[in-house]
Design a protein around this ligand. Sequence first.
Ligand code: ZN
Length: 400
Amino acid sequence: MLVFKNALLIDGTGQSPCEGITVIIEGKKITQVGKDLPIPEGAQVIDLKGQVLLPGFSDAHTHIGGSDRLDRPGLSGRFDSYDYAQNREAALQWGVTTVRSAGDFTPEILEFRDEVNQGKIRSPRIIACGRFIQAQDGHPGYTVFAADQNILDNAMVLVNEQTDIEAEVKKLVDAGVDFIKTFISDDNKMDYPNSVPRLSNEQLKRIADTAHKYGKRLAIHVDDLKDMADAVTIGADTIEHTINVGSTYHELTDDLLKALTSREVWVVPSMIATKNHDVMPNIPPVYDKLKEVIRKFIQAGVKIGVGCDSGIPFVPYGECVHLEMELLTEVGMSPLAAITAATGGNAKMFGQDHIFGTVEPGKAADLVILGSNPLQDIKNTRDIKMVLRDGRIVVDNLLS
Ligand SMILES: [Zn+2]
């Protein structure tokens, strides 16, 4: 049994921090949270006076088999490979205790997820869509992945006129995916301003209806606000990105804002990815436009998830969650709201808030301890003293 006492608690629900809190952990779970709790005999007690305890962060959009190194582009299917190992370790070191894989080699990622959940592998918790569904000849298989046959064969479902979409979605569900991901994207940033084929709204609707029939949430990648409007209409539960490099439609309409706030839909803007890719030659910059739009989303109360598109070049795995929170505060989110979004908010978006994401009895003991208060300066989320994953100390800069 492990007990933390005297903590300043930011619990991930969005409520203000509480001082002098005791948190009791038994096995993988938090069992008690409160002031003046009696300390069970024989427990290991760690005094957190002057430190801050909060739920582990999550990255809602990663490719865990990808790499941020330009000399190792693409995706890999070997979970013991350099990239999986480096990425999952980077995540833990940065206090990221859950990652949502938005497309990786399948079935490898699903097998890997299961082994992680069985406690066999030191890793953040994984939530995975398995293969993503994209248009034949479309993005990203035929753009950024340059029709790499290995990636086409192992990481995606290619859809053409003849595809039995319902059967393909069911195959993913039967394989055990946590959610379904597809694309609305006809921009070709590798060959700007030319375009590539995209799925029709009718095809997308069939994907959405089938995913929902089997109780799976649908994530839709968009490149700009016209794509986003289609995604909301089709029934996306989460919208991945907002304005990507090489995209065209950037005017936010009242209709879209209304649609985003009138039903349960989350936007994962991945600001850090757009910002760091906004340097591509011969493509007009878009990051300032994205900032303007996300500021309006935050003002209007659009639900925002924290995801980074880590596993692609220019996005440092793990650290990117801190960068994304910093960028969200630059466009009007309070530090408390940014932390809530990256913890309890993301868990809600994944539909797994009954399992983790907040510091409450019954939740998984995925925790982070900081040496300074992130509500005073969001950069203090980087001051990581300890990380726990399922009740086990996996990073320790406090006692050692
Ligand atoms: Zn992605």
